[in-house]
Design a protein. Structure first.
Length: 148
């Protein structure tokens, strides 16, 4: 684990990509704003990776309850492959890991409902994506700490 670096959590979606970033001690995940999935998505991700000094990227991996792939799994695999190429083209080295995201959306929805935010804010779909990314990253951080 590199000191001074952070982890980036990603909840990939065809319309929006939820983003979260850890602290330098890799103890806590903090949600960031979502990124619209558009032509400049990877440029925006590269900018975040550089500005936050990211050494590891955790991408939520959609699986069915029986651990089989879903219709979205191929989209996530293509996203990861493109991200790897963008990292190479920008001379950036980051480990990329998947994390099973089966219950993430439900947990994010529950968290959002109990957040005290106004109904209008809770209904913004990007907020759900960012909370999902935060849960993905925090679950990864916690699992890494339990390995030690």
């Amino acid at each position: 684990m590199s000191t001074g670096t952070k982890y980036l959590g990603i909840d990939f979606g065809l319309k929006r990509i939820g983003i979260s970033v850890s602290d330098e001690s890799k103890t806590f995940a903090f949600q960031r704003d979502f990124i619209p999935n558009a032509k400049d998505t990877f440029d925006k991700l590269i900018a975040i990776i550089k500005s936050e000094n990211v050494s590891r990227i955790i991408i939520g991996y959609p699986l069915k309850f029986n651990l089989e792939k879903t219709h979205s799994t191929d989209d996530v695999d293509r996203f990861r492959s493109t991200l790897v190429n963008f990292l190479k083209n920008n001379s950036l080295e980051c480990e990329i890991h998947y994390l099973d995201e089966r219950f993430t959306s439900s947990l994010a929805q529950y968290s959002l409902q109990n957040s005290g935010l106004s109904k209008k804010k809770r209904e913004q779909k990007g907020a759900l994506d960012s909370i999902s990314a935060q849960i993905i990253l925090q679950d990864y951080i916690d699992a890494e700490k339990n390995k030690r």
